[in-house]
Design a protein around this ligand. Structure first.
Ligand SMILES: Nc1ncnc2c1ncn2[C@@H]1O[C@H](COP(=O)(O)OP(=O)(O)OP(=O)(O)O)[C@@H](O)[C@H]1O
Ligand SMILES: [Mg+2]
Length: 370
């Protein structure tokens, strides 16, 4: 049966004893879609993935694949392949036999197994290592064998739990491209967990941000980056992290609302949606590359100018991060391209335009600012 939503999560919950770690997750994953789960450590990404795979029981809710409930089906009957955060390979089997193990169990023809394993090995650059045992491999090589083992089974849904976390930077980039290519070629549905911002932004059709067992926001990478619905998402998507400044908004009459910063700066915010006669604490969010460093000679006018002291400078080669302590206890990160000619302990002005700010209410919900 054909069904446009390949994987459907309906009110999924997971309890361990009395603690609920997945607290009602609803999500539809379309056929061929690449969905990435992100969220802080312990938010439930692996648990959710393992429930989809059938390795953890679902405490409440339903899971459908191709429109059919699979909640009570064993892992092998779900048409799913999973690559784990920790990849258990059979120590006594060679790389080749590890990769072909699932197919052999399914009584696949020997020649077919050999072909599929050879093709996966070529893709994953494991051809020279096919006769080795897992203990004779590096962590990254083992991780690639684990990916190979999933590929050869031709699943309709791939689940990846941080599959690239043990690879060096260069191999990680290369494998990221391989996975993107694999997804395109196989047109398989993929659900992928990562802590890596670049992987999430580049691989995902949609990113799911999880927070304490709940979905915080689902959207395309650019939706989450340009219009985060909560402060949590704003702080989570984007690297270096978005800066947050406390502020106060007031609206004493029908005229535009006023944003007031702790240093006394007062700004008009014409379209800020708050009722009249209110005063409320808000948070302004601004990304590190949107902050300017107006010096006296240039004196570019920005809506907000804050004085501060540079605490730490991080030279990354193609960019520089300046961590600047401003009034109150706010540490702002400013990103400049290239090498910045600043020194630690320097007193400096930072400039922020309201047009670059994201605005969140006291509960962390997005407000429309301009
Ligand atoms: N078997 C278990 N019994 C009790 N609690 C568990 C069990 N397995 C996981 N948990 C808890 O469930 C929560 C979610 O764990 P999970 O492994 O899904 O997190 P995660 O998002 O994958 O984190 P990480 O990014 O560190 O891998 C954690 O608080 C964890 O301590
Ligand atoms: Mg995990």
């Amino acid at each position: 049966m054909s069904h446009s939503n390949q994987v459907e999560l309906l009110g999924i919950r997971k309890k361990y004893g009395t603690s609920e770690v997945i607290r009602g997750v609803d999500l539809n994953v379309g056929r061929g879609e690449f969905v990435v789960f992100v969220g802080p450590s312990g938010c439930g990404k692996s648990t959710l993935l393992r429930m989809i795979a059938g390795l953890e029981e679902i405490s409440d809710g339903d899971l459908r694949i191709e429109g059919r409930s699979v909640k009570n089906l064993p892992p092998a009957k779900r048409g799913i392949s999973m690559v784990f955060q920790s990849y258990a390979l059979y120590p006594h089997l060679s790389v080749e036999d590890n990769m072909g193990f699932g197919l052999k169990q399914a009584k696949t023809d020997k020649a077919v197994i050999k072909n599929k394993v050879a093709e996966a090995a070529r893709m994953l650059q494991l051809e020279e290592l096919l006769t080795r045992r897992p203990r004779q491999l590096s962590g990254g090589q083992r991780q690639r064998v684990a990916i190979g083992r999933a590929i050869v089974r031709d699943p309709t849904v791939f689940l990846f739990d941080e599959p690239l976390s043990n690879l060096d930077a260069a191999l990680r980039v290369q494998m990221r491209l391989e996975i993107a290519r694999l997804h395109k070629e196989m047109n398989a549905t993929m659900i992928y967990v990562t802590h890596d911002q670049t992987e999430a932004m580049t691989l995902a059709d949609r990113i799911v941000v999880l927070n304490q067992g709940r979905i915080e926001q689902v959207g395309t990478p650019l939706e989450l980056y340009t219009a985060p619905l909560t402060k949590f998402v704003a702080g989570f998507i984007g690297s270096p992290r978005m800066n947050f400044l406390p502020a106060l908004i007031t609206r004493s009459d029908d005229a535009t609302a006023i944003v007031e910063l702790p240093n006394g700066t007062r700004l008009k915010a014409p379209r800020l949606s708050i009722p009249r006669d209110t005063e409320q604490r808000i948070i302004l969010g601004v990304r590190p590359h949107e902050i300017t460093l107006p010096d006296r000679s240039e004196s570019i006018a920005t809506d907000i100018t804050l004085g501060g002291r540079i605490e730490v400078i991080e030279n990354l080669g193609n960019s520089t991060l300046l961590h600047i302590r401003t009034g109150g206890d706010t540490l702002l990160t400013v990103e400049r391209s290239g090498i910045a000619l600043h020194r630690a302990d320097e007193i400096i002005n930072v400039g922020i335009d309201l047009a670059h700010c994201h605005c969140f209410d006291g509960n962390g919900k997005r407000l429309t600012l301009l």
